[in-house]
Design a protein around this ligand. Structure first.
Ligand code: FAD
Length: 496
């Protein structure tokens, strides 16, 4: 008899866990509350336009442990087209002065020295820190399965990375910028305005360009939805079963061993192992009724800051509008969109680099801004609908400023709020990437096992502050590696 593995959630972590579980011969079922797989990694269609929610870049498009996962899970196959943007983003300050971030660190350094020759020393220091970060190599095995040899093998290569972590691991971006002491008002205003006002880890900033520099964080044509679909197809081709509109309410535990799940409609499903790839808080505090909480988990959920949720306004434009850069970040801060004051500005993404998003001769432009959960948690009914209408109006005015004359060409507008995200994925307080990477938690992760509970594993973005598709998929793989170890069976993985 094959052992049975139940996976809660069909986001990237759940799909990855499902693929490796089925690949290793387990009778595997994924239970997903929504009607499609992908979780945060999703998109929706409106009148032949596709509005993508997630994918901008995928770490591991060319090499490394994540790349292996993408090949094994069918995220990357022989037909996948990858785009490496030269420009990472274009920034506009309050007065619409332009500032560029290039994906290649050498090119960015040259640009920064051109606009701020007085900052030769801090620019070179910062770019050197970033170059060192590019040497980072993710481990392929979970911590429990690594041998001292695994650390010795990567040690010398990673020494420069360890030094960057040691020096800046406990700094915020602001503290890091203070240390560098830029003189140029232009650099100071962009850096402080973008990253300086939040408890955002300096390492998250330093590591930002490392992967791009190596062309190892490309965009996959088609975006989020086909990416998740390819994973779901791979899972089903291995004999796995995915059930939609099945919401798990409780995890069955007998004598501290997970034995299956109970759905919200009361259905009981028995299993030998349970992997939860659903929202972390709901899993630990609701499905398991807070009976298996370590001190670290308790501390994290009480103290670590969550990502501020976002509003996405998607525009279908009946006109081709080309863009050189995938993202424009507008740092105008005191503007209002609906009831949200734009504390962190807003961003505009033109998908002209992906022909699958709009019919020929047309364009998709997406606007996003942070909007605290407190503004959304108790709003409903007519008030909610009116707020969406106001957002649509205000966002259209801002779009017109970015692209003068565009308004008559707007054919479709779609507003997705933090409530939309919570409704379809159950993510806590709309925190779409889990815990914010701050100076306190950037180098920390939460354990996949909960204390005292057997045959149960956590997977997904809530284990690593900062979230992202790669760690989500990796923890799905790791959960199955741990199950194989427990079953005393050799873990296997096949490429596409
Ligand atoms: C706007 C945006 C942009 C992003 N950009 C990028 C990017 O460019 N690159 C990148 O790497 N990452 C990006 N991310 C982050 C990335 O999408 C997430 O970190 C990752 O997809 C999380 O995957 P997950 O499987 O851990 O969680 P989720 O995607 O949240 O999946 C959880 C799944 O569990 C299901 N579920 C929840 N509760 C239950 C229940 N009780 N019963 C059954 N099912 C349940 C949900 O419906 C969902 O499908 C972005 C995210 C967003 C929102």
């Amino acid at each position: 008899m094959k052992k049975r593995v139940i996976i809660i959630g069909g986001g990237i972590a759940g799909l990855s866990a499902g693929i490796y579980s089925a690949m290793n011969g387990f009778d595997t079922e994924i239970l997903e509350m929504h009607s499609v797989a992908g979780g945060q990694c999703t998109a929706w269609d409106r009148k032949k336009y596709r509005f993508d929610y997630c994918l901008h870049w995928l770490v591991g498009t060319s090499k490394g442990a994540f790349h292996e996962i993408w090949k094994e899970t069918n995220v990357i196959n022989s037909e996948t087209v990858i785009v490496n943007h030269e420009i990472h983003s274009r920034i506009l300050d309050q007065d619409r002065n332009e500032f560029y971030i290039y994906s290649n660190i050498d090119r960015w350094e040259k640009y920064l020295l051109e606009i701020a020759p007085e900052d030769e020393i801090p620019v070179e220091k910062m770019c050197n820190d970033m170059r060192k970060s590019a040497l980072l190599e993710p481990f392929s095995l979970p911590p429990e399965l690594r041998s001292p040899l695994d650390y010795i093998r990567i040690g010398p290569k990673m020494l420069p990375v360890f030094n960057v972590v040691r020096k800046f691991g406990r700094l915020t971006c602001k503290e890091y910028f203070d240390k560098l002491n830029f003189k140029s008002e232009r650099i100071r205003s962009v850096f402080y305005s973008m990253y300086g006002e939040r408890n955002f880890s300096a390492l998250a900033f330093i590591f930002m360009l490392g992967w791009f520099h190596q062309k190892n964080a490309g965009y996959i044509i088609g975006g989020s939805y086909p990416l998740a679909q390819r994973m779901a197809e791979k899972f089903e081709s291995l004999g796995g079963k995915i059930f939609y509109k099945r919401r798990v309410d409780k995890i069955i535990v007998e004598n501290d061993v997970a034995k299956g799940v109970i759905l919200t409609d009361g259905t009981r499903i028995e299993a030998d192992y349970v992997i939860s790839a659903a929202d972390g808080y709901s899993t630990i505090y609701k499905m398991l009724e807070a009976k298996y909480v370590s001190k670290q988990v308790d501390f994290a959920y009480k103290n670590w800051e969550l990502f501020t949720p976002l509003v996405q306004v998607s525009f279908g434009i009946k006109k081709a509008i080309k863009a050189e850069e995938p993202i424009i970040v507008n740092l105008s801060k005191e503007l209002m969109i609906g009831r949200t004051r734009l504390g962190n500005g807003f961003s505009v993404m033109n998908y002209s680099h992906d022909p699958t998003m709009a019919p020929e001769g047309k364009s998709v432009i997406i606007m996003r801004f942070d909007s605290p959960w407190e503004l959304w948690q108790s709003i409903g009914g007519e008030e909610y609908e009116n707020e969406k209408l106001q957002i649509q109006k205000d966002a259209t005015v801002l779009l017109e400023k970015e692209f003068p004359g565009i308004t008559p060409f707007i054919e479709v507008v779609d507003v997705a709020t933090p409530k939309t995200d919570v409704k379809y994925t159950g993510v806590k307080d709309g925190a779409y990437e889990g815990f914010m990477p701050s100076k306190e938690n950037m180098m920390k992760s939460l354990k996949m096992k909960l204390p005292g509970l057997q045959n149960f594993y956590m997977a997904g973005q809530w284990l690593f502050p900062g979230g992202g598709i790669p760690p989500s998929a990796q923890t799905g793989k790791w959960a199955v590696q741990l199950i194989c170890k427990k079953e005393k069976q050799t873990f296997v993985s096949d490429k596409v």
